[in-house]
Design a protein around this ligand. Sequence first.
Ligand SMILES: [Mg+2]
Length: 324
Amino acid sequence: MAALTEFEVIERFFRRPSGSATLGIGDDAALVALSPGCELAVSVDMLVSGRHFFANDDPESIGHKTLAVNLSDMAAIGATPRWALLAGALPEVDTVWLAAFARGLFALADAHHVELIGGDTTRGPLTLSVTILGEVPTGQALLRSGAKPGDSIWVSGRLGDAALALAHAQRQLALHIEELAACARALSMPIPRVALGERLRGIATAAIDISDGLTGDLGHVLHASGVGATIDLAAIPRGAAMKRLLSGAERELALRCLLAGGDDYELCFTVPRGRDSSLGDLARELGLALARIGTIDDRAGIVVRDESGRDLADLPRGFDHFAP
Ligand SMILES: [Mg+2]
C-alpha cells in the first residue's frame, strides 16, 4: 500500500462528523461559537517522546494522555472543555499505531464531549501537541492567585503513584506486581478531574492541576497569591505501594515521589475554611476522594510537617524541564 499523504492521515484517522463547532476540520480554520455569558479558556501542551512518554508505550494510552493533560488544565481553571486541535510530528505513517492513538484520543474526547476541530501533521521525531478550547462563565474561572491565609488546602485522588511507576521503570525502586498495575495506570491513563473543576467554581479560591509535583505546583499558587502553606504529610492521600515504601528503606525516594513526583493530574485547590464541610458532599456526589492536606498561611514558603509533627528538612522540588 502506498504511504498515506498528510491529508489522507487526517481524513482517515482524525476527521469525524462535525459536532458542536460551527465549522470543523477541512477548512482553513475552524469556527466556534461560545455559549452566552462565557469566556474562552485556551491552553496548549506538548508531549515529546522520551520525555513525557516512551516511544514503545501503548499508542492508545499515548492518545489518551495527549488529550488528558490538556483536559486537566481546563479542570484546573474551572472551564468546560469543548474543542481541541492536534498537531503531531510522526517519524513515519504507521497506520496501526495511528489507529490505536486515535482510539485512545477519541475515547477520552467523547467522554467529555470534546470535538477535534483541526490539526496539522508533519514528519519528524514523535512529538504531540494539543491546543484545547473551553468555556467558563465570565468571571468564574479558578485562578492561581486567590488563596488567602486561613484557607484549607485540598487535593483530589491520591498522589505519587505515577512517579512510583516511572521510578520502577527506571529501576530506582521495585514495585510488587500487584502495586505496579495501579501505579502504571496512573502514569499512562491519568483521569482529568473536569467535573471537579466545574463544581469548584464559586467554592475554591485558587486551583491548579498537579502535573509537576505537589510542592512545585502548590508553590505556583502560593507565589501567585502571595501566601505560604503548611502541609500535613500524613494527610496526603496515597496508595498501597506508597504506604509500603514510606515505611521502609526507600522512604526518601518515596517521599520525593509523593511530594514532588509529576504526572498526577489531580487538582490542588484552596477553600475558605467555612466551605470545608461542603467538600464532603461534593466528594460523595462525584465519587472522588478529596482530602484536606493543609492550611494557607501568611508566611512565605511551604512547610511540610511529618508524621511526628516535625518540619521536613530539604523539601523535594517539583519537576522542571529545564533543570540541569
Ligand atoms: Mg496545569
